[in-house]
Structure formats: structure tokens, C-alpha cells
Design a protein around this ligand. Structure first.
Ligand code: BG6
Length: 495
């Protein structure tokens, strides 16, 4: 059970009428209020351009919370919770708006006892990150004198290393590093937080967590949805920048990093950075054909016609943006030398699921085992979403049979054994930012290392032509993705 947060604060959400605020941020704060985690002196201000009254804003949020909250809505709690919420209308590109916002927040401080502490949440188009941060600076809203001011930056953090470095420079020139929270919501997921305990708390795993015993490691993050209403953003990002640069590489780093010397935030971040830096780059010719990109075409799922990516609203009909990526990558370090990591992510896949599979090396084909039929490699599956848990499968003799083997699966289902669903990542991450704990947020060095790697892929793509669309909605992506693994004697494990 998490402890109640003690610090008074106003959370100001830039992008207050946006999708993320409606689907994730306000439901997360509502759930925190159900669990009595919020201090009395905590206010939430949604900032947006739309002409809405606070009452209309609250009503629209009620609808979203009813739809998206983990805990069912309770009228008594909502009635109290909604009193915390306010709406402030302004144009984010105009300086005057910031000066009125400042005065208005100060008057709210007076009424609510929030003491000048601010958590600014930038849930806006990336092009607005820099101007907002600079306006906060110019209007004395980030001087950290007496009270604290922190900033949460949503992804994408840049579009490549250069733009990310520039953005970082601007933010760090306004906020001290300890007040900058670069969010990657995957890091708030229960099973990612559990990964270090699974790895370093179990001698049976840690001792064999290396290329001597493991044949390959696979990470899958599949989604059934298409691009939805995010054409503008997605066209310039694609699966590479949207999912791989952030979520998948973070997950991979936690699976593969060396044990940190302590649970100190710096110690953990250093190990993640070291691992990310050890990834062999894609543009040195070693990895030709090791990256598969795809884009979904038209199709039908369960009798419903599905538009192809190029036919989606706001998408260029000749778009070459990838909605799927699969790759085989190698890390140049002692633990993993020569062992492939296979990563894949895509939209319009058969199911919404995120998991990691460790495939252990097969037993040698000695005479004794040859006589048994049905031997499978041992698998350790770490399920992240929607089901959370771990399974280990191993071979045993089928009782009563001659030489037949059955694969037995030991299963721990984490979200079966706790009463409520696990807290959503945004609940955990907002609580951490309010408590000033950066452990589950990404450091600039991690972002720098992951862009370095991702830029090498983007560069290698510039030299190639691509023929899209190349996969049907409701499938596991282009056939080339399966062929990639087959070339190395492997196959994807679809859990
Ligand atoms: C977001 C991406 O960061 O993560 C989306 O921008 C994606 O494109 C989403 O749909 C997936 O998150 P989750 O938690 O549903 O796996």
C-alpha cells in the first residue's frame, strides 16, 4: 500500500483537454483520491484553448473517469474530488496568458494552501515543450525560490539525438535536473518495477541470466488499435520513435543491464545507460536485413472492415511511416555477446499484449533424449500487460506414456492474486513526481543513448526503398518478421 502524499501542490496540466488527460491523468488522480493518497492541499488545473467553464470541464472529465478509471466511480468521492479541479483558458503561444496564469495560480495558492509548489505537466504537442518551458522561466514560474516547481515532460523527447539534446538544453537551463521528470509510462508498469526483484532476488535466475544459458530474448509489444486520431504526431514518429526509442529500449535495459551496486537512482540509471551504450549500431553494415518495418494495409477483423494506414484520417495516402518494426539486435558486452535480442512492436496486431520471453538453450541431442518426443526449450515468460505475471515451462514425462514428453508450465499470475487491479502506471508516476522520487523517470543519459541507437536505424532506412503496405490488420506483421528469426533457427513465441 502506498503512503499518503504529504506535500501541498498545484498540478497544472498543459493539454488539459487532451486525450491523455482524459484517459489517463485525471482517472489516475481520481484513483489516488479513492485510495486516499492525495493531500487535502492539492489542486489540479487543466489548461486549454477551448472556451469551457470549470463546471463544463469537470463534467467532461466525469465522463472520462467513468469510462477509464480502474476503480468504479463513487459519487461521494467524485463530488469531493471535482472540487480540486479547475479550468484555465489560454493560448499557449501567447506570453500574456502565462502572466495571467501566474496571478491566477497565486490566488489559488491563497485559497487552497498549496504554498506555491507546482507540478507542471506538459501533455502537449512536442513543438510546444520548449516555448512553454521558456514562458514559465520568463514569467518567474520556475525560479524554485522558497517553494518548488517541477516539470513532467511527456514523450516524445525529441525526434532524434540532435533535437532531443536541444530540448534538454532548454529545459535544463530553466529547471534544475532534480526537478525534471521525463516520463516513460512503461516504467510505472507493475511488472517492469518487479523486474529487478525477479532478476536479482532469485539465485536460480541471476546465475543463468546470460548468453551461456539463454538462446535468445524476445520482447513483444502488440496493439490492436490503429493510428486513431493521432495522425499528425504518428506520421512524424512511426513505431521506431513512438515505441522502440522509449518503451521497448527501457524494458530491454531492465531485462539486460548488470546488477546495480545499490538501489540508488544513479546506480540504476548508470547500469541502464551502460547497457544501452553496448548495443551494436545498425549502420555499420553488420545488421543488414535485421530490421523489418511494416505498415498495415486494408483488411477485415471479425467481419469489420479495417482501413489501411494510408487511408486513415490525416495520413498521407503515400505515407511510408512504419506501424510495425521487428529487429534483431546484439549487445557488445560479456554477458550478452553473440546472443540475439528480438524486439517487435506494431499496431493492428491480433491482440493487445506486452511480454518478454527468455528462451533457454536446448539440451544436447544425446541418445537418451532423442528417444523422447516433444522436447521444448525452457521458457521464462514475463507478462506485462494485460495479464501480469511470470511463467516457467519445462519438460516432464507424460505420466503413463512410454517416451512422451509434456511441457509443464509453472505460472504466477500477479493480477489474479491481488484484490484490485494493479495501480495504473500514471498513478504511480504522478505519486513519485509529487514525492520527488525520480527513480522511475528517465535520465538524459538514457535518452541520449537510446537516440544514438535509434538514429542509427533511421539512417540505415534512408538508404533503402520500402514497399508499403505489407501486412494485413489482425496479423503479427509482415512475413519478413517471421523469416528474420527463421534465418537464425528461431521463431517468435506468441503467448
Ligand atoms: C504510447 C504510444 O506511448 O504508448 C502509443 O505513443 C501506444 O502509440 C501506447 O499506443 C501504448 O501504451 P500501453 O500502456 O497501452 O502499452
Amino acid at each position: 500500500m502506498l503512503e499518503r502524499i504529504r506535500t501541498p501542490c498545484i498540478i497544472t496540466i498543459f493539454g488539459g483537454t487532451g486525450d491523455l488527460t482524459h484517459r489517463k491523468l485525471i482517472p489516475a488522480l481520481y484513483n489516488m483520491s479513492v485510495e486516499e493518497l492525495l493531500p487535502d492541499e492539492l489542486m489540479i488545473v487543466g489548461v486549454g484553448r477551448r472556451p469551457l467553464s470549470t463546471q463544463e470541464y469537470r463534467d467532461s472529465l466525469l465522463e472520462s473517469v467513468t469510462k477509464h478509471s480502474r476503480h468504479p466511480i463513487r459519487t461521494d468521492i467524485w463530488e469531493r474530488f471535482k472540487e480540486r479541479i479547475h479550468y484555465f483558458r489560454m493560448n499557449l503561444s501567447e506570453s500574456e496568458g502565462f502572466s495571467s496564469l501566474k496571478t491566477w495560480l497565486e490566488s489559488l495558492d491563497e485559497k487552497a494552501g498549496t504554498q506555491g509548489n507546482r507540478l507542471f505537466y506538459l501533455s502537449v504537442a512536442p513543438s510546444l515543450f520548449e516555448p512553454i518551458v521558456l514562458h514559465l522561466y520568463r514569467h518567474g514560474m520556475a525560479d524554485n525560490l522558497g517553494a518548488w516547481q517541477r516539470v513532467i515532460i511527456e514523450k516524445p523527447f525529441g525526434r532524434d539525438l540532435r533535437s532531443a539534446a536541444f530540448l534538454n538544453h532548454v529545459i535544463e537551463s530553466v529547471f534544475p535536473p532534480q526537478n525534471i521528470f521525463r516520463i516513460d509510462h512503461y516504467l510505472g508498469k507493475e511488472m517492469l518495477r518487479s523486474l529487478m526483484v525477479i532478476r536479482f532476488g532469485n539465485a536460480v535466475f541471476e546465475r543463468i541470466w546470460n548468453s551461456r544459458y539463454i538462446e535468445n530474448i524476445q520482447i513483444t509489444a502488440a496493439e490492436t488499435v490503429g493510428v486513431e486520431n493521432r495522425a499528425g504526431y504518428y506520421e512524424s514518429s512511426g513505431a521506431l520513435r513512438d515505441m522502440l526509442q522509449s518503451h521497448l529500449l527501457q524494458l530491454l535495459a531492465l531485462v539486460a543491464m548488470e546488477p546495480p551496486i545499490s538501489l540508488d537512482i544513479k546506480a540504476i540509471r548508470d547500469e541502464k545507460v551502460k547497457f544501452l551504450k553496448s548495443l551494436l549500431k545498425m549502420d555499420d553494415g553488420l545488421f543488414k536485413n535485421n530490421i523489418i518495418r511494416g505498415q498495415y494495409g486494408e483488411g477485415s477483423i471479425d467481419g469489420n472492415t479495417i482501413r489501411g494506414y494510408r487511408q486513415e484520417k490525416g495520413i498521407d495516402p503515400a505515407s511510408n511511416t512504419e506501424t510495425f518494426i521487428a529487429l534483431r539486435i546484439l549487445a557488445g558486452n560479456f554477458r550478452w555477446g553473440g546472443m540475439p535480442f528480438y524486439l517487435r512492436t506494431g499496431k493492428r496486431m491480433p491482440e493487445k499484449t506486452t511480454y518478454v520471453v527468455l528462451e533457454f538453450k536446448s539440451m544436447p541431442e544425446i541418445l537418451y533424449f532423442k528417444e523422447y518426443k516433444g522436447m521444448q526449450p525452457n521458457l521464462l515468460e514475463i507478462r506485462i500487460h494485460p495479464s501480469e505475471g511470470i511463467s516457467f515451462s519445462f519438460n516432464a514425462k507424460k505420466p503413463g506414456s512410454g517416451n512422451e514428453i509434456s511441457t509443464v508450465r509453472m505460472d504466477y499470475c500477479q493480477n489474479c492474486s491481488y484484490e484490485n487491479n494493479s495501480p495504473e502506471s500514471y498513478e504511480r508516476l504522478l505519486a513519485d513526481a509529487l514525492r520527488n522520487d525520480q527513480t522511475l523517470f528517465t535520465s538524459w543519459e538514457e535518452i541520449e543513448a537510446s537516440w544514438n541507437f535509434v538514429d542509427s536505424i533511421a539512417r540505415s532506412w534512408e538508404k533503402e526503398t520500402v514497399s508499403f503496405p505489407n501486412y494485413t490488420p489482425g496479423t503479427w506483421g509482415p512475413t519478413a518478421s517471421n523469416q528474420l528469426l527463421e534465418r537464425y533457427g528461431h521463431h517468435w513465441w506468441n503467448l
